[in-house]
Design a binder for this molecule. Structure first.
Ligand SMILES: [Zn+2]
Length: 424
């Protein structure tokens, strides 16, 4: 070891390169933001590298080459491809004789994914990708319960998912990401927390967003004014005995709700909430689950706005490309996101975007994901009615240079007032 430390840094690297070959780069955000495994992040980083270096983005690589280049074994390559395809960022094609597997990174989808627009994972994809992980989590859950000294049995988290589906037990919104510890990722939660005497039993477990679970913490009933998973909760739900109900409006619950409706009714927590009500809330062991959010006026206005954005984009697109743009669930989410970020201005900006003559945008057929990825910048361009493509940028630069020269001249004249003028 001492000998190794004696080697200067530069030499260590040189010797390593000789012995171990070149190093490869990895984008840490692929793990942090996209929630990929280390292998998949490495795979994607290398795929980005090669996509950039070919004319049409397609490159091929055999299993042996993946191993030699980035050190990924065949099963890691297989799992990486599955999760990247589930994210929508990797395209594959078998071409040539003999047939080889070609890959390409879908740049628009990658930008969109990094901005948080990831296609929702389906239950089937989740089982395909994460069955071993679910097994590990089930075992770890049992160990934790044993340590907590509560009644426990082995609970298969996969079975919990089969029973409840990918719906958060706390906020009743869909869970769209695989298992993880933060935000919108899938996590599992004891309906009645272990700290409050809850058992580690099948009936007491539910899938949740990791963020909702963290926010719920050790409290028995779920009572949180703001959730990290962008759930609009302006009114807090609480459980009160039916007897104390007078004129309050009961909230409509979907059929599959497992709330304790037989003894109590869920009501909106109004300002008349009494001390008695609060006490009941803390004692109630039930979860106020899946309370349906009324499709109010605001929601209709939002949908109407999204429709206008889409029609503006689609109309311009049809005019330019003589074909209608594809509409699918991912595109719909992009439209929603666009409305969130630009508001009403999204309508003219979406139309304006299609007519921008930038070679990169034309090659990508003005993909909506590209608009979303840089929508604030395109809004500025629309607002100033100037397309900031390479040509105008160069023109502006030129104009600025001329202005600077003129200004320098003017200053020189001003500085030399009263003396013979160099410019006259
Ligand atoms: Zn949630």
């Amino acid at each position: 070891m001492a000998a190794l430390h004696a080697i200067s840094k530069g030499r260590l690297r040189m010797q390593l390169t000789e012995l171990a070959g070149g190093a490869v780069a990895v984008y840490p955000a692929f793990r942090r933001v996209l929630g990929l495994s280390a292998a998949a992040a490495q795979f994607l980083s290398q795929a980005v590298y090669w996509t950039e270096r070919t004319d049409d983005g397609w490159f091929y690589k055999t299993e042996n080459e993946w191993l030699a280049e980035v050190g990924l074994a065949a099963d890691e390559v297989r799992d990486s491809r599955k999760s990247l395809k589930a994210l929508g960022v990797l395209e594959e094609q078998r071409k040539g004789i003999p047939a080889k597997m070609f890959y390409r990174v879908d740049e628009a989808a990658l930008f969109a994914a990094l901005e948080g627009d990831v296609p929702a994972i389906t239950l089937n994809q989740l089982f395909e990708l994460y069955t071993p992980k679910l097994g590990q989590l089930s075992k770890a859950g049992l160990m934790r319960a044993k340590r907590a000294g509560v009644p426990c049995e082995f609970v298969s988290y996969a079975d919990v998912l089969r029973r409840d589906g990918l719906i958060c037990g706390c906020c009743a919104k869909p869970i769209e990401r695989g298992p993880g510890n933060t935000g919108m990722h899938l996590s599992f939660d004891h309906i009645q927390p272990l700290a409050a005497g809850g058992a580690h039993h099948f009936e007491n477990l539910q899938p949740t967003h990791a963020g909702c679970r963290a926010a719920k913490g050790g409290s028995v009933a779920y009572q949180r004014p703001a959730s990290p998973c962008s759930v609009d909760r302006t009114s807090v739900l609480s459980v009160v005995p039916t007897s104390s109900l007078t004129q309050e409006q009961p909230v409509v619950l979907p059929k599959d709700s497992r709330c304790v409706l037989d003894k109590t009714t869920i009501t909106k927590n109004t300002q008349e909430t009494t001390q008695e009500t609060t006490t009941v809330v803390q004692l109630a062991p039930a979860r106020p689950k899946r309370a349906a959010k009324p499709r109010d006026e605001a929601e209709q206005i939002r949908q109407e706005a999204c429709r206008r954005i889409w029609s503006a984009y689609a109309a311009a697109y049809e005019q330019r490309y003589a074909t209608a743009p594809v509409r699918n669930a991912r595109i719909s989410r992009q439209v929603v996101e666009l409305r969130k970020r630009l508001g009403e201005e999204a309508v003219p900006v979406a139309e304006y975007f299609v007519w921008i003559n930038d070679s990169y945008l034309i090659r990508s057929c003005h993909d909506l994901g590209l608009l979303l990825a840089r929508c604030e910048a395109y809004r500025t361009q629309w607002a100033t009615n100037r397309q900031m493509n390479a040509t105008t940028a160069r023109q502006l630069e030129q104009t600025q240079a001329n202005l600077n020269a003129a200004q320098t001249a003017a200053e020189a004249i001003r500085a030399g007032e009263g003396q013979p003028n160099a410019f006259l």
